[in-house]
Design a protein around this ligand. Structure first.
Ligand code: C2E
Ligand code: CA
Ligand code: CA
Length: 760
């Protein structure tokens, strides 16, 4: 019996040392506390083994080693308590109880050491047990030992209390985690109490200390957590937001979680559905050796479309043998919806719901990449849209844009795209056959009606580009439609313009002109040409100054080519200033040379009045150059006079006051020539050459001419006829009473040198 006990203790000690090594290698939760516990158990068992091996007669050694044993049990229960506290997570609120217990244990330990000499705790007596065939040490306990025992039991009871508390409070799946330790501790204490009650010769609970320490390690650190882990995994799977079908190696479904059940809910057995799902999947993905395959699917759940991302995963062991497989069904509906919403926001104009610039480009590219029939790009633009916002408020402006978008959308058929490009600029790509110009105009006009009270009717423009090359950049197509609009901008009689290749040509030419203009002025490439003006008695009265651009590459360029461009770009006043100055300078020169009888007429563009103070400019010329003011005549076209009567009247008065004479140029070419005459205080009437042009009704033309001439006489205004080309015309005009002539019949516009040679 004795040998068996000693052998068992030694085996346990060795096992515990192995256990410590294993635990310290595996880093698991609470392992440090567990190691302390096992070490305490090792020391306890070792001390006890040494103690019972002490032979009779060595009382002092026996008392000392047994003291160490008691001392070790003290620390064993203390470490047990610390372990339990950590394990159950029930810790004293402060560190004080831990320190107090450690100090008390220390005092108890010292007391046992001292007991070797004082024997105040207990005494030993060697007894021979014949039935055991060995001696054993009988312990005679004294009162202080009872204090030690109470202290130890107190600690143990506290440990049992917190374990029980945790056991009761914990969810079912966690109970075993505490139960295993609780029952073993109860068993150890039970045996210990039993040993002392029956006054056993040996304390058999030492064996249990050792096994308790080891099994705590096993249960607390491995078994319970593993079981727990399984349960947690099961819960995770069951409650997962991802649907799951799990299959065994034969492809039979063995598990379906909550989400998957809901997703595939139907009349049929869910496992049968799952089996078929896998069979279909395998058929679809035949030949794929991948162990994970994903695919996007849509399903109908509660009558609504849901987007599912399906992942199929095969589980293989190290030798690539099939262990089973599973499907994961991830509901992506929310993500897809958000993505769609985001995409919508990124590709659409928020106000009108039409496409935005970027998306329009993509869509046009997409449509044009597969069209079989002619397409066109239609752009629209409202004149003075800014004004609408300012007059009626942005809300009205927005409503108007939305109405236009609705109209465009309403008319739009498949394989067409529409966008709001910017502000009030809309653009559509549509099959040529579906563009109904008249309907578009009618719809737009209706949208732009501002109720009956308002007389304001914004004008709008539509530019159409018939696409000739589908591979052209989208924005080139758009630009071409806008170019078409630009040709009618400001023309209130027109709404629609079509792009043609000549337009591009003319735009290119315009750009070239504008690009070269400043340099041409600097380099004095604009020359003043003079076309003589002849009185009806045949004498020369003067000349009209007409500009010519002496271009380094193109040679002489006539004003018809560049003047409209410069006017449109707001640059004509620069050129005119230059021409006026050239004329003034020439008049000064002529005056110095005694040729004072000759006059020069200069042209004033309508646009000059917008960009500068014309009156001031001529005052400056009069100040700078010494010439007879009357000899510098100013030609203003009648259309200029009609457009801004009020403003220009003031300017004309100013010019008159300075002493300049004003000629009405191109008289008869405009709409309200006669009406204008009654208000405008001009000096000379220059009759437009259209009355001399070939016409079927030459008789009527001549009648009008005669009347204009006689009217000018009655108004007391000298007249001059321009564009005279033949002798017959001269004769006719002389008869009619024309005062002066200008035209090719007499001379074409010529350089100053030529003019001076001929006429001075
Ligand atoms: P305009 O003021 O009516 O000038 C008369 C135009 O008629 C000139 O053309 C002239 O060469 C042309 N012409 C003269 N006699 C005849 C004729 O017998 N038959 C025909 N068919 N044509 C004749 P040009 O020089 O090409 O000038 C064209 C227009 O350019 C001018 O028309 C004028 O409006 C504008 N322009 C010319 N120089 C200037 C300038 O310095 N400043 C501004 N603002 N405009 C100018
Ligand atoms: Ca003129
Ligand atoms: Ca003219």
């Amino acid at each position: 019996m004795f040998q068996a006990l000693v052998t068992l203790l030694i085996i346990l000690i060795i096992l515990m040392i192995v256990c410590v090594r294993i635990v310290s290698k595996k880093v698991v939760r609470n392992y440090e506390r567990a190691i302390h516990l096992i070490w305490a158990a090792i020391v306890t068992a070792a001390c006890y083994t040494v103690f019972i091996l002490v032979p009779p007669g060595h009382d002092k050694l026996a008392v000392f080693t047994s003291g160490l044993y008691f001392l070790a049990t003290d620390w064993l229960v203390v470490f047990l308590m610390f372990f339990v506290a950590d394990y159950t997570q029930i810790k004293p609120p402060s560190k004080l109880p831990r320190y107090t217990i450690a100090i008390l244990t220390g005092v108890d330990s010292v007391s046992f050491i001292i007991n070797t000499f004082t024997r105040h705790m207990y005494d030993l007596q060697s007894v021979t047990a014949y039935e055991l065939g060995a001696n054993y040490w009988d312990i005679q306990l004294k009162i202080p030992h009872a204090v030690h025992r109470m202290f130890v039991y107190g600690i143990v009871l506290y440990s049992l209390y917190i374990l029980t508390y945790r056991l009761i409070k914990a969810p079912v799946m966690y109970k075993s985690k505490y139960a295993s330790i609780l029952f073993q501790t109860v068993a150890v204490v039970g045996v210990n109490v039993l040993c002392s009650i029956i006054k056993a010769k040996y304390d058999y609970s030492v064996i249990l200390y050792a096994s308790l320490a080891m099994s705590i390690c096993y249960f607390a650190l491995y078994a319970a957590p593993r079981k727990l882990l399984e349960r947690i995994h099961f819960t995770v799977v069951e409650d997962s937001v991802i649907g799951l079908f799990s299959y065994d190696s034969d492809g039979k479904c063995v598990g379906v979680n909550q989400v998957a059940r809901e997703l595939f809910a139907g009349d049929e057995d869910i496992f049968a559905i799952a089996d078929r799902y896998l069979a279909d999947w395998i058929e679809e993905h035949q030949g794929s050796s991948l162990s994970v395959i994903g695919a996007e699917r849509t399903m109908i759940k509660n009558g609504e479309k849901v987007y599912i991302y399906v992942t199929y995963q095969k589980f293989l062991d190290k030798k690539r043998r099939n262990l089973g497989s599973c499907f994961q069904f991830e509901d992506r509906t929310e993500v897809v919806r958000n993505f769609k919403e985001e995409k919508y926001r990124a590709t659409h104009d928020m106000l009108t719901g039409l496409l935005n610039r970027e998306a329009f480009e993509d869509e046009v590219r997409r449509i044009l990449s597969r069209v079989q029939e002619p397409y066109c790009m239609v752009c629209s633009n409202i004149q003075d849209f800014k004004l609408i916002n300012e007059l009626y408020g942005a809300e009205v402006g927005d409503k108007l844009l939305m109405a236009q978008a609705d109209m465009i959308r309403g008319e739009q058929e498949e394989n067409a795209a529409s966008a709001r490009i910017y502000a009030d600029k809309f653009s559509s790509l549509l099959p040529k056959r579906s563009f109904d110009e008249q309907m578009f105009i009618e719809n737009m006009s209706r949208i732009l009606e501002f109720g009956e009270e308002s007389s304001f009717r914004p004008h709008f423009y539509i530019g159409v580009y018939d696409i000739t090359n589908v591979n052209e950049p989208v924005w080139t197509m758009y630009d071409k439609a806008i170019m078409a609009i630009n040709t009618i901008r400001g023309n209130y009689g027109k709404n629609v313009a079509y792009y043609c290749e000549e337009l591009l040509q003319s735009i290119m030419e315009e750009r070239e002109i504008l690009g070269e203009f400043d340099r041409a002025i600097e380099e004095e490439r604009f020359n003043m040409f003079l076309q003589p003006q002849i009185a009806n008695n045949g004498t020369i009265v003067g000349a009209e100054a007409l500009v010519r651009w002496i271009h380094p590459e193109k040679g002489m360029v006539n004003p018809g080519v560049f003047i409209p461009t410069l006017e449109k770009a707001g640059l004509i006043h620069k050129l005119d200033l230059y021409m006026w100055e050239s004329a003034a300078k020439k008049l000064e020169e002529w005056k110095e040379q005694g040729k004072e009888n000759l006059s020069i007429s200069v042209n004033i563009s309508t646009k000059d009045f917008f960009y500068m103070d014309v009156c001031k400019a001529f005052r400056a010329l009069a100040d700078k150059y010494d010439f007879d003011i009357k000899k510098l005549k100013l030609e203003i076209t009648e259309s200029a006079l009609i457009e801004n009567v009020g403003e220009i009247m003031k300017t004309l008065d100013g010019l008159h006051a300075l002493g300049y004479e004003i000629e009405i140029d191109d008289f008869g070419s405009g709409y309200s020539s006669l009406g204008m005459l009654k208000d405008i205080n001009a000096d000379i009437l220059k009759i437009d050459m259209i009355f001399l042009q070939e016409t079927k009704n030459i008789g009527r033309s001549n009648t009008i001419l005669k009347n204009i001439i006689s009217m000018s006489k009655e108004l007391g205004m000298p007249n001059i006829m321009e564009g005279v080309e033949t002798k017959e015309q001269v004769d006719f005009l002389k008869d009619a009473g024309c005062d002066m002539f200008q035209g090719y019949y007499f001379a074409k516009p010529m350089s100053i040198e030529d003019f001076e040679k001929e006429y001075c």
